[in-house]
Design a binder for this molecule. Structure first.
Ligand SMILES: C[S@@+](CC[C@H](N)C(=O)[O-])C[C@H]1O[C@@H](n2cnc3c(N)ncnc32)[C@H](O)[C@@H]1O
Length: 327
């Protein structure tokens, strides 16, 4: 009997996601799935720590070259470096932050704000890079030509747009902003930024450049981030936004976060958000895979997240923000 059949299956499945995006990680995952010694090494980790993204990033943090051959990974895990890699796996978690999503969120923010300044609350903010919609330049490529915002010397987010997206004529004015996260990342902490960078897949040069540009923008004036739980700490933040940013449209947003909640908490979160919206306490901008928020189900194209405003689906967004399809 194969004790670790599930681990092998997880690595094979990961290889299908990595295909095209990272030939290195695709190859590593396929070879791990067939390598009894490495599979046994992974079996010595707690089950939640055996995930490919975490293991590969930890190995790369300890110098395994990527792009690079599978033997580099294998030698490091099974040789003298294995203990240090194991320690990194046990003490770190996968936690990404993709500022590119802002190019797809901006039209939703504009619809929510209706011309008013925003008081922006991001749930699961990570390092807070999605809290800075006012600091990037934008290039939306539409069938009718490019629409741009911002100056030529500012870092630019590029996004292909189809459908009648309400592309704003100006960047939003952010009157107030706060991020909430179980484990917020301080962009001034070099060690944590290095880990964020290591979580970007080896061949994704564009994502790495965007992450570095986002960190540089954030370091100028880091967005305030609070340590807390979106299940219990949101109402206090909404109250604070109303007190400290009177007249602003309070917008609560989240991207790639609700999947961390279990099924009961997802249902409870959705019900609470719908109640807050109908009570006029805030607008709600959701960017999650289809069905993660149970009532927000739609046939999204592959690798796309569902965009919703106040509980209604408005479009689909490529998970890294490279494309927006408005409904
Ligand atoms: C995949 S990251 C997404 C970060 C960011 N929203 C983005 O789109 O780039 C998910 C974040 O959600 C946070 N998170 C998970 N569960 C949470 C909870 N119950 N309350 C607050 N933050 C949570 C994690 O710590 C992590 O930083």
């Amino acid at each position: 009997m194969d004790l670790y059949g599930e681990v092998r299956a997880a690595y094979r499945e990961f290889a299908t996601y990595a295909a095209g995006a990272s030939p290195t990680l695709e190859q590593w995952a396929l070879e791990v799935a067939e390598d009894d010694e490495v599979i046994a090494w992974l079996g010595g980790l707690p089950p939640v720590k055996r995930q490919p993204n975490l293991v590969f990033a930890a190995a790369r943090l300890h110098g395994v070259p990527a792009p690079g051959p599978y033997d580099g990974l294998r030698g490091a895990l099974l040789g003298g470096g294995g203990a240090a890699i194991r320690e990194t796996i046990l003490t770190r978690a996968t936690q990404t932050n993709e500022a590119g999503r802002l190019a797809t969120l901006l039209p939703v923010f504009a619809s929510a704000g209706e011309g008013r300044p925003l008081a922006l609350i991001e749930l699961g903010a990570s390092a807070g890079l999605c809290l800075l919609p006012d600091r990037w330049a934008y290039r939306w490529r539409t069938p009718d030509g490019d629409r741009t915002l911002g100056a030529a010397d500012e870092p630019e987010l590029v996004c292909d747009v189809t459908g009648p997206a309400p592309l704003p004529a100006d960047r939003p004015e952010i009157a107030w902003r706060r991020g909430l996260d179980l484990d917020p990342i301080d962009v001034r902490d070099d060690d944590r930024v290095r880990w964020l960078e290591t979580l970007v897949w080896p061949e994704q040069h564009e994502r790495l450049a965007r992450l570095r540009a986002g960190v540089a923008l954030a370091r100028r004036d880091p967005p305030p981030l609070l340590r807390g739980d979106l299940r219990t700490d949101l109402d206090a933040l909404i109250d604070q936004a109303h007190r400290e940013a009177a007249g602003a449209a309070v917008v609560v947003c989240h991207s790639a976060v609700i999947m961390y909640l279990d099924a009961a908490d997802r249902r409870a979160f959705e019900a609470a958000m719908r109640e807050r919206v109908s009570a006029g306490r805030c607008h709600w901008v959701s960017m999650e895979a289809s069905g993660v928020v149970p009532g927000l189900v739609a046939e999204a194209p592959a690798s796309h997240l569902v965009l919703a405003l106040d509980g209604e689906v408005v479009g689909f967004a490529d998970q890294h923000g490279r494309a927006l399809r408005w409904l």
